[in-house]
Design a protein around this ligand. Sequence first.
Ligand SMILES: Nc1ncnc2c1ncn2[C@@H]1O[C@H](COP(=O)(O)OP(=O)(O)OP(=O)(O)O)[C@@H](O)[C@H]1O
Length: 222
Amino acid sequence: MPLVRKGVSRRRTTLAQPQQGGKQTRRSNRGRKRAAEGELGRPRTRLAAKRLKEENKVQVGVVAPTGGEDREFNQQVISISERGSDIERKELVEVDKGKEGGMGDDSGGLSANRAVGQEEEGNTAPFPERVHVGGSPVYKVERKLGKGGFGQVFVGRRVSGGNERGTGSAAMEVALKFEHRNSKGCNYGPPYEWQVYNALGGSHGVPKVHYKGKQGDYYVMV
Ligand SMILES: Nc1ncnc2c1ncn2[C@@H]1O[C@H](COP(=O)(O)OP(=O)(O)OP(=O)(O)O)[C@@H](O)[C@H]1O
């Protein structure tokens, strides 16, 4: 009899062991998962994500946008509250519409990020279709390359003479910079930039000015 009991007891032990082992493995897996979540700083399961969301202390949300579409800046109220405390503050922030939307135009130049109002004020004069300044060849004014704080730059294509291999002042394609005579850069006559290009033009990274002069309402650099 005692032997039989021993046997039964031994068998029970043998059957119970894998079950217990299985549970332990599952528990330790869960533990490992939690540890990994902590290390990586991001939830690995939906439940963990939910738990993390509940545990989040600070919530930031846009409450209501104000301000018209045609304004230079959009105002937004940002609500910042702390869970577990009564602290809640609302901050009025101004979002620069230009920065929000990326480039101010499709020029690709960084100066195009500037607000349009900063550009040559009061300038409504149309750009000439052809340019001929300071003894230059005649150039046809083509697509716009970009705009800066004072002027706008277009591609100029030589109308007559020259060939595709021409470089420098003989180039078939040039950049034409127009600056309106009423521009704030022309308060005292031709743009001050002209003097700068005279001194630095052609150095590494600085365009060389081949011709310059006034045509109609514009100071033009080729
Ligand atoms: N020689 C050039 N070749 C090609 N693109 C040009 C040339 N010069 C100017 N551009 C383009 O036109 C844009 C306006 O040039 P612009 O010289 O008017 O202004 P800026 O130098 O960018 O700024 P700022 O108004 O402060 O001088 C430039 O950002 C660039 O995209």
